[in-house]
Ligand binder design. Structure first.
Ligand code: NAP
Length: 277
């Protein structure tokens, strides 16, 4: 069976190439697209993600403002910071790095982001628009998964897609996007009974679990398309790559799969917003 390794770096590069002339055009008008990232606390993984996003902005000529708040920040203080960024006309996108420390009401903080600057689809309005099929800025990782399928022309319509995970920024929105693309979607979670049995019927598998090497090749249907959104310590995803590789007809590596497209999508949404605002 021919096997396709779904290369996220190639797709990300294409997205970024497409942004260059749009950024130049904006700059000629005196507008520099600007993404503000907010990191609360000192979670090393989150620090890495935020740094990667900031560096990706710089490489493309997008301004990046990094706001780093202390671990003990409260909900109201964080919301105040978000409001300042909402009111700053030079800022086009706001990304609050998830997860925030436990004393913060993360949902309340997400909701404070101006919908026009919600470039990672985290507000309930952004999510609702995505689910209804007219979202401007779907969450970046779900959008990246759809972009990967589109780039490699993998058919979605009529296929059974199984999404493992139902988080508000990943599992739920990617389930909605797949449904809007006419897949028949099953969304699984920690209380799902007989997950391996469900996966045996999946044409498309999305792993969004947050558990390293969780999904086993023996659970998959031969020839399935496997998209691993997971990113865990030690550079491993949420699938057991070696065994899943055997079963899959197409598979994403980690790193170099969904991750680079996620970042490119965030840059694209920031440029989209700079053009609109
Ligand atoms: P999350 O908020 O922790 O959600 C994990 C989901 O997996 C939950 O819905 C949970 O179910 C489900 N789950 C946990 N254990 C399970 C089990 N044994 N069987 C079935 N489902 C189970 O995580 P997330 O933010 O969605 O992230 C998921 C993964 O994607 C992580 O590895 C993360 O690092 C990665 N990620 C990658 C990118 C990227 O750019 N590539 C971006 C974001 C996240 P319940 O709802 O029942 O608890």
């Amino acid at each position: 069976m021919e096997k396709i390794i779904l290369d996220g770096n190639v797709v990300a590069q294409e997205i970024k190439e497409g942004l260059k002339s749009r950024i130049d055009l904006l700059k000629n008008k005196g507008i520099t697209p600007c993404l503000a990232t907010i990191l609360v606390g000192d979670n090393p993984a989150s620090e890495t993600y935020v740094r990667m996003k900031g560096n990706a902005c710089k490489r493309l000529g997008i301004e990046s403002i990094r706001v780093h708040l202390p671990e003990e920040t409260g909900t109201l203080e964080l919301i105040e910071t978000i409001k300042e960024l909402n009111n700053d006309p030079s800022v086009h996108g706001i990304l609050l790095q998830h997860p925030v420390p436990s004393q913060i009401d993360e949902r309340a903080a997400f909701e404070a982001i101006d919908i026009r600057k919600d470039v990672d689809g985290v507000t309930s309005t952004g999510f609702g628009q995505t689910a209804l099929g007219f979202g401007q800025y779907p969450s970046c990782t779900p959008a990246a998964i759809m972009k990967m399928l589109d780039y490699y022309q993998i058919p979605i319509e009529g296929k059974h897609a199984v999404v493992v995970g139902r988080s508000p920024i990943l599992g739920k929105p990617v389930s909605a996007l797949l449904l809007n693309a006419n897949a028949t979607v099953t969304t699984c979670h920690s209380k799902t009974a007989n997950l391996p049995e469900i996966l045996k019927h999946a044409d498309i598998v999305v792993a969004a679990v947050g558990l390293p090497k969780f999904i086993q090749g023996s659970w998959l249907k031969q020839g399935s398309v496997v998209l691993d959104a997971g990113y865990n310590k030690g550079n491993v995803g949420d699938i057991d790559y070696d065994t899943c590789y055997e079963a899959a007809s197409a598979i994403t590596p980690v790193p170099g799969g969904i991750g680079p497209i996620t970042i490119a999508t965030l840059l694209k949404h920031t440029v989209d917003s700079a053009e609109k605002l």
